[in-house]
Design a protein around this ligand. Structure first.
Ligand code: SAM
Length: 209
C-alpha cells in the first residue's frame, strides 16, 4: 500500500467540540434540493442490490430510499436518535460517533452495500472507517459515497474545505486506496439535467475485493 498522503492537520475542524454537542439538536432538513434527491433515489435504484441488507452510514431523518425498491433491511448509523426515529426508510438504527470511535458496531460480512450520503466531509478518520466498511461488507459488497457542494463549514475537515468538486472525487478515491482491498474504484457525475439550478450529485464507489 502507498505511504499515507494524509497529515493530522488535514482532518482539523474549525469546531473541535465533540460531535455529540453539535448533533444533539435534531435537524429535520434536507441537505440537497429536490432534483438532487430524486437523482440519489434513481442512482440507488440503478446501482444498489435489490432485496439487500444496506447500511446508511451518517444517517439522519431521510435516506432517499426509492419507494418502489425492495430491501431486506436498511440500518442507519448516525448521531441523533430523534432524526433517525423519524426516518421512514430505516428498519433499525444505532447512535455511534465515528469520529470518536471509527470501529463500526457490526459483525464482519453483514451488509450487501454501505452508503454515505452528503456527509463524507465530516469524517475525521476516513481511512479507518473505510477499512471498517470493508470488514462489514459481504464479499463483492459495494461502498457508495455520494457528495454535493454544501457543508456545515465548522464541522467539515480542513482538506475538504480546501478542495473543489473534482478534487473531492480524488480525495475519496485516496481514502479507498489507503484503506486497501477495494476494487473497481469509480467516480461519476450524476448531476441531474434540470431546466433551472440543481445541486450537483457526485458519486465515488468501489467494491470489496
Ligand atoms: C448533512 S447530514 C446528512 C444526513 C443524511 N445522510 C442525508 O442524506 O440527508 C450529516 C449527517 O452526518 C452525521 N454525522 C456527523 N458527524 C458524525 C459522526 N461523528 N459520527 C456519525 N455520524 C455523523 C449526522 O448525524 C448527520 O445526520
Amino acid at each position: 500500500m502507498a505511504e499515507s498522503p494524509f497529515l493530522p492537520e488535514h482532518f482539523a475542524r474549525l469546531d473541535e467540540d465533540p460531535d455529540p454537542v453539535f448533533y444533539d439538536m435534531p435537524r429535520k432538513v434536507v441537505h440537497i434540493d429536490d432534483h438532487a434527491i430524486e437523482e440519489v433515489k434513481h442512482f440507488f435504484r440503478d446501482t444498489l442490490p435489490s432485496d439487500g441488507v444496506i447500511l446508511d452510514l451518517m444517517s439522519s431523518w431521510r435516506s432517499h430510499w426509492p419507494p418502489d425498491m425492495p430491501k431486506q433491511k436498511l440500518v442507519g448509523l448516525g448521531m441523533n436518535a430523534e432524526e433517525m426515529s423519524e426516518n421512514p426508510d430505516l428498519d433499525d438504527f444505532v447512535i455511534h460517533d465515528l469520529n470518536s470511535n471509527p470501529l463500526l458496531p457490526f459483525e464482519e460480512a453483514t451488509f450487501d452495500a454501505v452508503v454515505v450520503t452528503v456527509s463524507i466531509q465530516y469524517m475525521t478518520q476516513p481511512v479507518e472507517v473505510f477499512r471498517e466498511v470493508h470488514r462489514i461488507l459481504k464479499p463483492d459488497g459495494l461502498f457508495v459515497v455520494i457528495y454535493s457542494n454544501r457543508m456545515f463549514p465548522t464541522k467539515a475537515v480542513a482538506i475538504w474545505r480546501g478542495l473543489n468538486d473534482r478534487q473531492h472525487a480524488e480525495l475519496i478515491g485516496a481514502y479507498f486506496q489507503q484503506a486497501g482491498n477495494f476494487t473497481a474504484i469509480e467516480a461519476l457525475d450524476r448531476t441531474p439535467a434540470a431546466s433551472g439550478y440543481t445541486d450537483p450529485v457526485y458519486v465515488v464507489m468501489a467494491r470489496k475485493s
